[in-house]
Design a protein around this ligand. Structure first.
Ligand SMILES: C[S@@+](CC[C@H](N)C(=O)[O-])C[C@H]1O[C@@H](n2cnc3c(N)ncnc32)[C@H](O)[C@@H]1O
Length: 209
């Protein structure tokens, strides 16, 4: 079990600014998906290599993982994938990075760190202020995907997102994945582990209205 990184540490106050879309991607006009807490990025590599009509951006707080992922992107010469390092809450709250939220079609929070103790809930990546920023900047019709194996965390995230009246839950059974950032339902590393170990998965999709 790895030690979780405390996102509220002062170390993350300094942020790595997200470059312009044209600097990050070969074709900046493609649909953009943002994966928050992407770890080493395997999920995004799997997606980007197959779905060349989407751009993918991963944000991760563990610097070493981002450095390795960035070098793999260069080595493999992948033009629709970019990684950035830091606390997603601070990065996306930055005035210069806000353009990114305006341009994303969808955002995923896959198996975020649960921070079980009540006094640590403020370290969870989904926070009311963060959802408020997203709701102010996302275009209507943009989607948020959440997935976790921790029921309490799911309830917390679900309640936090729905407390913002600009988001509505979509019935995921009616959702057409073929048009989404993940048409082939690629699984994240944590998801593979959860499925192999027959644990429950709690997930929801929300639309900005
Ligand atoms: C349990 S792992 C899940 C990784 C991956 N999404 C998956 O499903 O396999 C959660 C990841 O989120 C990252 N993380 C936690 N808080 C973060 C934050 N505030 N900003 C960016 N990344 C964060 C952690 O470092 C970790 O890599």
């Amino acid at each position: 079990m790895r030690q979780h990184v405390n996102p509220l540490s002062r170390y993350f106050n300094e942020i790595e600014r997200i470059p312009s879309l044209t600097k990050m991607f070969d074709d900046s006009k493609l649909n953009l998906h943002l994966d928050i807490g992407c770890a080493a990025g395997e999920f995004l590599f799997d997606l980007a290599l197959v779905n060349t009509s989407w751009n993918y951006l991963g944000i991760e707080i563990r610097e070493r993982l981002v450095k390795t992922a960035k070098s793999k992107v260069l080595e493999r010469d992948i033009k629709n994938l970019y990684f950035t390092f830091g606390n997603a809450n601070n990065i996306l709250d930055d005035i210069q990075s806000k353009f990114i939220i305006k341009n994303v079609k969808s955002i995923s929070f896959n198996f975020p760190d649960p921070w079980f103790k009540k006094k640590h809930h403020k370290r969870r990546v989904i926070q009311p202020e963060f959802i408020n920023i997203l709701s102010n900047l996302l275009q209507k019709g943009s989607l948020i995907f959440i997935k976790t194996d921790v029921k309490d965390l799911f309830n917390y995230m679900d309640c936090t997102i729905l407390s913002n009246f600009n988001f509505k839950k979509i019935d995921k059974n009616d959702f057409n994945y073929s048009q989404s950032f993940n048409p082939n339902k690629v699984q994240t590393n944590r998801e593979k582990y959860v499925i192999e170990n027959h644990l429950d998965i709690f997930e929801s999709i929300y639309i900005k209205i």
